[in-house]
Write a protein that binds this ligand. Sequence first.
Ligand code: CIR
Length: 260
Amino acid sequence: MHVTSFQATKAIVRGISASFRDAIVMHPTAEPIDVDRARLQHAAYVHALRSAGLAVDELPPLDTYPDACFVEDCGLVASGTALVTRPGAPSRVGETDSIAERLSKSHRVERTSAPATIDGGDCLCIGRTWFIGNSARTNSDGARRVCEVFGPLGYTVVEVSVEGMLHLKCVCSRIDGRTVLVAEGTLDLALFTGLEVVMIPREEAYAANAVVVNGTAIVAKGYPYTRAALERRGLRIIELALTEIAKADGSLTCMSILLD
Ligand code: CIR
């Protein structure tokens, strides 16, 4: 079977902050985050990225920024160019400087300024299209900024209305340059005309956020339909427990920036 997936060589991650228990959450639960367990889950994630053939650059934790392990929100990368974002949550804006510093070692770096806001969790790049969620975190000025930076490189930007969830990629993610993984009943599929859509049941929506890279699919543990759907495509599966990451409204793609 010919297996296709996104390809990358490197990943940037950042360790869990000592203050991770204070991460922003949309719907707080009674159960506090177990920071030690979160660190173990993050370490397993880094291990999975390495086993997918990525050289992982681990940035030191930023203890004064509880959400700083969610590096995806701070930078978009494609075709050798990086756009450092301006996260929509004011408490997260200060996470971006160290991301800019790291990206500038390997990429041409552009920045984002007010009034634009962008969270990487709203930015889904499939082939030459950036789907940008218009959410409580990412605004139309942010989508315009993505267009300004990546448009000249041949990318099209499609804005997607995101309601009732944190980010666009809470319910979808990239499999390869022409295939998207989507939770049923969450997005208007007309958006993805021309792409192959791998649909999973709505009750497995959390697993629609998967890291698929270099022939490996890193998926949340406990979602059998999603696992089987990706396995049928010939992808090697790594399942990860994400209980503590999920308590902070995090999932898989948010913990890395993959570099081309
Ligand atoms: C936040 O609310 O910003 C963090 N607690 C969770 C961010 C998750 N990011 C992502 O899925 N891209």
